[in-house]
Design a protein around this ligand. Structure first.
Ligand code: ADP
Ligand code: ADP
Length: 222
């Protein structure tokens, strides 16, 4: 589903991502693990088209999108802070991507409701983001990114702002959601436990390089 082939991203003299090759199979949840500054977010930005690589190719679903603008890539990026639109209801937030795609009001409403059920937030459609807890906001944001049915979901430290207990709950929920919808996911984290809990496969980054890419068991044995 996703192929990176020799991906290299430079900021002036700094090589933030150095010759990274990585394949993520359809339906797989791959965790990209590494310390802060190792280039994980830059990889996600290059995949979603917000960063132009100095070298290498990006393919999504077999299509070379290296030169394509962000809106022409079949992927959806979820940011750290899960920013919801504060003046829109939960249902409107979730339906946002569908509106952009020109989907009619009745279908938007039906699909938003379906997504809210998936993340166990049914009944909150008319609430506003400020009325929700951190974990609830994250579930709404997850629903908002899943509703457009992206081929590939990119998540950048989505749980890092939560306390430990909520983070563990959300990890389990994310795993269940992934099992149910089967969306291919690339999940960036600096938290080793989280990566081992979530990932079908693990990519380990160090100073811009991918130094390991294997199953959690094999990475653990090293
Ligand atoms: P990570 O996500 O693993 O924390 P990043 O991809 O954010 O790492 O950053 C990798 C390296 O690139 C770091 O040294 C960071 O300071 C640098 N970097 C990231 N974004 C920029 C930018 N827009 N301009 C200059 N340097 C950047
Ligand atoms: P993350 O924690 O996801 O790695 P950071 O907090 O490192 O993100 O960076 C947040 C934003 O700041 C990003 O958009 C990144 O491009 C930018 N950034 C990071 N490092 C630098 C840098 N050295 N110079 C300029 N921009 C940077």
């Amino acid at each position: 589903m996703l192929e990176l082939d020799g991906l290299t991203v430079e900021y002036g003299d700094l090589t933030a991502v150095d010759d990274v090759s990585l394949a993520v199979a359809e339906g797989e949840l791959c965790c990209l693990l590494g310390p802060s500054g190792s280039g994980k977010s830059t990889v996600l930005r290059a995949i979603s088209g917000f960063e132009t690589p100095a070298a290498g190719r990006v393919r999504i679903g077999g299509v070379d999108v290296t030169e394509a603008p962000p809106n022409e890539r079949d992927c959806s990026l979820v940011f750290q802070d899960w920013a919801l639109f504060p003046r829109q209801t939960v249902a409107e937030n979730v339906a946002f991507g569908l509106k952009m795609d020109g989907v009619g009001a009745a279908e938007r409403e039906a699909r938003a409701r379906e997504m809210l059920e998936l993340v166990e937030m049914e009944g909150y459609g008319d609430a506003y983001p400020e009325q929700l807890s951190g974990g609830q906001k994250q579930r709404v944001a997850l629903a908002r990114s899943l509703v457009v049915d992206p081929d590939l979901l990119l998540l950048d430290e989505p749980l890092s702002n939560l306390d430990r207990r909520l983070r563990e709950t959300m990890q389990l929920e994310l795993n269940e959601i992934h099992d149910r919808v089967g969306t291919t996911m690339l999940y960036v984290t600096h938290d080793q436990d989280e990566a081992f809990t979530l990932g079908d496969r693990l990519g380990v980054m160090e100073s811009g390089r991918l130094v390991q890419h294997d199953t959690p068991e094999a990475v653990y044995d090293d």
